[in-house]
Design a binder for this molecule. Structure first.
Ligand code: NAD
Ligand code: WQD
Length: 347
C-alpha cells in the first residue's frame, strides 16, 4: 500500500514539482493550498505527467479548525512536506506582520496537527536566506547565521528554531529542514513550472518573461561587485533536483536512518553562477538575444552565496543532476508553453 503524504502549498512552484517526484516514487499525495499564489492548474499538469489526480483542499492553514478537519479525514497521513508560505522578500519588508502571521501561524497549526494526529515525519522548506550575509563560502550547514536580511528570511530562521524546540520536546516527531538555494527551471514536459499569481521577481522568470516580450527589458542589478565579472553569484538548483531531495529526505526519515530527530541539509549544486553567466547560458541554449542593461545594485543583495551539499550527498544519497543550461532550457520551454496556453485560451 502506498504511503500517504500531506503536501502544503502543493499547487505552488516547488510543491507541484515535488508532488510529481513523490508520485513517481509510489507515494500517495493530498495537497492543501489556499491558492494565494497559485491556482489548481498545476494539478492538471501533474495528472497529465503522472496519470494521477491529486486532491487539493483549498484551506488557509492559518485556520486551525479547517486544517484539523483535513487530518481527521486523512488519519493515515505518514509524512508532511510543508511548503506553504509567502515568499516575496521585498513585500515582507513592506508587510512584516502579514509575513509573520501567515508563515508562522500556518507552521504552528500544521505542527500542532502533526502532533495531535501522530504524524511522525515532517519536512520544512527552509532557505539559504537563513545564512544572511555569509562569512564563508561555500556555506555548510554549520556556517553561523548572520542577521536576517528581511522579515521573510526571519520567518525561515524562526521556523527552523520552532521545529528544533518542538522536536526536542516531542521525540515522536522527526523533522528535516531543507535549505534551498535558488530554485529555478521547470519539469521537462513543460506541463508545470513557475506560475505565480504575484509578479515574478526572481532572475530566471524575469529572463524568460523578457525574452518572450512580457517585459520590454531586464536590468542586471549591479556589475561592480567583487566577483569574476562584477555581477552577483548564486547557486541555481533545478526544481526537479530539489523535488527529489524531498522524496529522499522523507524516505530517510521513514527508514529511521536519521541520527537525531531534527536534521538540516543544504540543497544547492555547489557551484556559483554570476548573473551575466546565467544570461549567457540562456542565450546559448535558446539562441535568443536578451534585451538587458546594467543598472544599480539592488538593496539587500548579498555578493555571493553557494552551497556545500556534501551532507545531503552522504546521508540522503542525493546529487544534483542538472546544471544552469538545463535550468534555462526547461524554464524557456515552460515560458513558451504557458504563453501559448494563454493565447489559445483567449482564442
Ligand atoms: P509558491 O508561492 O509557488 O508556493 C507556495 C504555495 O503556498 C502557494 O501555492 C500558496 O498559494 C500557498 N500558501 C501560502 N500561504 C498559505 C496558507 N496560509 N495556507 C495555504 N496555502 C498557502 O512558492 P515556492 O517557490 O513553491 O516556495 C515553496 C516554499 O519554499 C516556501 O516556503 C518558500 O518560502 C520556500 N523557498 C522558496 C524559494 C524560491 O526561491 N522559490 C527558495 C527558498 C525557499
Ligand atoms: C538572483 C540574482 C539579483 C532579478 C531570493 C531570496 C532567497 C531565496 C531565493 C526564498 C541576484 C539578480 C534578479 C533581476 C537581477 N528565496 N537579479 N535582475 O535574491 O538570490 O534570492 O530567492 O527563500 O531568500 O532572497 O534571488 O532570483 O531575486 O536574484 O540582476 O531582475 O539575480 O541581483 O544577484 P535571490 P533572485
Amino acid at each position: 500500500m502506498s504511503r500517504k503524504v500531506l503536501v502544503t502549498g502543493g499547487c505552488g512552484y516547488i510543491g507541484s514539482h515535488t508532488i510529481v517526484d513523490l508520485l513517481e516514487h509510489g507515494f500517495e499525495v493530498v495537497s492543501v493550498d489556499n491558492l494565494s499564489n497559485s491556482d489548481e492548474s498545476a494539478l492538471d499538469g501533474i495528472e497529465k505527467i503522472t496519470g494521477k489526480r491529486v486532491p487539493n483542499y483549498r484551506v488557509d492553514l492559518c485556520d486551525l479548525a479547517a486544517t484539523e478537519r483535513i487530518f481527521r479525514e486523512h488519519s493515515d497521513i505518514e509524512g508532511i512536506i510543508h511548503f506553504a508560505a509567502l515568499k516575496l522578500v521585498g513585500e515582507s519588508v513592506e508587510q512584516p506582520l502579514r509575513y509573520f502571521r501567515n508563515n508562522l501561524n500556518s507552521l504552528l497549526n500544521v505542527v500542532d496537527c502533526a502532533l495531535r494526529y501522530d504524524v511522525p515525519h515532517f519536512i520544512f522548506s527552509s532557505s539559504c536566506s537563513v545564512y544572511g550575509n555569509a562569512t564563508e563560502l561555500p556555506v555548510t550547514e554549520e556556517t553561523p547565521w548572520q542577521e536576517a536580511e528581511s522579515p521573510y528570511a526571519r520567518t525561515k530562521q524562526m521556523g527552523e528554531q520552532i521545529l528544533r524546540d518542538i522536536t526536542r520536546a516531542h521525540g515522536r516527531l522527526n523533522a528535516i529542514l531543507l535549505r534551498y538555494f535558488n530554485p529555478a527551471g521547470a519539469h521537462e514536459s513543460a506541463l508545470i513550472g513557475e506560475a505565480p499569481t504575484n509578479p515574478a521577481s526572481n532572475l530566471v522568470p524575469v529572463i524568460t518573461e523578457t525574452a518572450i516580450g512580457k517585459r520590454p527589458e531586464m536590468v542586471v542589478f549591479g556589475d561592480d561587485y567583487p566577483t569574476r565579472d562584477g555581477s552577483c553569484i548564486r547557486d541555481y538548483i533545478h526544481v526537479m533536483d530539489l523535488a527529489n531531495a524531498h522524496t529522499r529526505a522523507l524516505q530517510y526519515l521513514m527508514a529511521g536512518r536519521n541520527a537525531s530527530n531534527c536534521e538540516v541539509f543544504n540543497v544547492g549544486i555547489g557551484q556559483g553562477v554570476t548573473v551575466l553567466e546565467a544570461i549567457r547560458a540562456f542565450e546559448k541554449v535558446t539562441g535568443r538575444k536578451l534585451n538587458y542593461r546594467i543598472g544599480p545594485r539592488r538593496p539587500g543583495d548579498v555578493v555571493a552565496i553557494y552551497a556545500n551539499y556534501d551532507k545531503a550527498e552522504r546521508l540522503l544519497g542525493w546529487q544534483p543532476r542538472r546544471n544552469i543550461d538545463d535550468i534555462m532550457r526547461t524554464a524557456w520551454q515552460w515560458e513558451v508553453a504557458r504563453t501559448e496556453g494563454v493565447e489559445v485560451a483567449r482564442g
